[in-house]
Design a protein around this ligand. Structure first.
Ligand code: ADP
Length: 427
């Protein structure tokens, strides 16, 4: 151990002497033995190479650091958001180029200026309270303000500030500023649109109410009076024809008004109240109303069901049967047959309404359930609302409807109506 220590001390001594030699302080080279001198030179060479390598590494690190600093300041300056550093009084201590450009002020001229200079007066308090919150709670906060740039152009911004401390420990706020003018404008447009929509909905409701009460009542009076006059004995054929025409048109108007007001009600309804109703009983009552029309066209109605078919439904469900039955009669030549089946498929009822009438072209099928779509049946009276009403009622019951049809052969409307109400469809 002692021997090692001695050797190490000697080498340190030699190295020190060598360094002195290199520094020119000691020229007494002769003191060194030639072996010592050789090993010293070698050691010095190694030492010098190491130093050069370290120098080179230092130089490279400096370049990298400079590069990173440039990259960081590019990122900071040209970031899509404006960045500011504020002191607790709201003075600007730092700003990136994006932020300065947004305000239209040269960056140098912003430093030490109060940010409130660029805030629309009504929003200044909001900024001060935002700053207070950040500094008092030392947590990240956001606020929305309206700023004004050098040219007087106003714009909406969102500030997101987080607290940070400088090297002296002073509390500052680092704030990211994003322009939200477009979003604010879109919000405003949407708000106005919602107000307009509400207005036009109110107008629609008012109009539907007027139709239902103020138009339907006088029309009912015209219809009844005409029917009574038709029952009176009159030999005047012209008069009879005119009375029949009045009755026909009154019926048409009543039907139209009922359809429109029903559709208006259904369109705005999101859910329907439901109770347990027997589809079998409902269908029989509806079919009874069509007896006369079936007779007039010499048509027969075949109906099969297992008997009672209870399901959770709204009483409006009868409009499904009346519209499909009315169409099957209207769009079939005289003398044809109509078949209706209600099949219990455990979770839902499958209902077929089948006719052997004019049929529907493939290209027209997609439009059928859209309101006011009448497809190539101009000779037959109708509002173009019947199937739209049917579809809406089916939808509100969580069901499905589809049609299979061939022109000249006939049509089958198939419905699937869930027996139990689901949460989405029950009020
Ligand atoms: P409307 O019967 O009042 O015109 P609908 O909405 O009930 O209105 O029907 C839309 C269109 O669908 C009708 O104009 C008709 O062209 C066609 N359509 C409906 N049901 C049948 C059917 N059973 N057979 C043939 N065409 C039909």
């Amino acid at each position: 151990m002692k021997k090692d220590k001695k050797k190490s001390d000697e080498r340190t001594d030699i190295r020190r002497q060598a360094e002195d030699v290199l520094k020119g302080k000691n020229t007494d080279l002769k003191k060194l033995s030639s072996v010592d001198a050789q090993s010293l030179v070698h050691e010095l060479q190694v030492h010098q190479i190491e130093l050069e390598m370290q120098n080179e590494e230092l130089r490279r690190t400096q370049i990298e650091l400079e590069d990173a600093r440039n990259r960081y300041s590019d990122l900071y300056d040209f970031a899509p958001l404006g960045y500011f550093t504020f002191d607790k009084n709201g003075l600007i201590l730092q700003a990136n180029l994006t932020g300065a450009n947004k305000l239209g002020i040269e960056r140098g001229n912003l430093i030490k200026k109060p940010f409130s200079l660029y805030i629309v007066p009504d929003f200044k308090d909001a900024f001060y309270s935002h700053m207070r919150q950040v500094f008092n709670t030392e947590t990240q906060m956001t606020c929305e303000l309206m700023l004004v740039d050098k040219k007087g152009h106003q714009f909406d911004v969102q500030l997101e500030s987080m607290p940070l401390r400088d090297i002296d420990g002073n509390l500052l706020a680092r704030t990211a500023m994003s322009d939200i003018t477009e979003r604010k404008q879109a919000d405003e447009t949407l708000k106005n649109y919602a107000i307009k929509l509400e207005d036009s909905n109110r107008l629609k409701d008012l109009f539907t109410d007027i139709m239902r009460h103020d138009l339907l009542n006088p029309l009912g009076v015209i219809k009844t009076a005409t029917e009574q006059m038709l029952h009176m004995e009159t030999k005047d054929e012209r008069m009879r024809n005119m009375l029949q025409m009045i009755k026909r048109n009154a019926d048409k108007l009543i039907d139209m008004i009922q359809c429109v007001s029903m559709y208006a009600t259904l369109e705005s309804a999101e859910k329907l109240e439901r109770k347990s109703l027997d589809l079998n009983e409902i269908f029989i009552a509806v079919a009874d109303n069509f007896k006369l029309q079936l007779e007039e066209k010499n048509m027969t109605l075949e109906y099969t069901s297992k008997g009672e078919c209870f399901m959770m439904a709204n009483p409006m469900i009868d409009a499904i049967f009346s519209n499909l039955l009315s169409n099957a009669i209207k769009y079939s030549p005289a003398g044809r047959k109509i078949k209706v089946n209600i099949i219990d498929e455990r979770e839902h009822y499958k209902i077929y309404v089948r006719d052997w009438g004019y049929g529907i072209k493939d290209e027209d099928k997609a439009k059928l359930f859209t309101r006011f779509q009448r497809v190539g049946k101009e000779g037959v009276e109708g509002s173009g609302l019947g199937l739209a009403i049917v579809k809406r009622i089916v939808d509100l019951h969580g069901g499905k409807i589809y049609v299979e049809s061939k022109p000249g052969i006939g049509s089958t409307f198939t419905l699937l109506l869930p027996i139990m109400a689901s949460k989405e469809t029950e009020k």
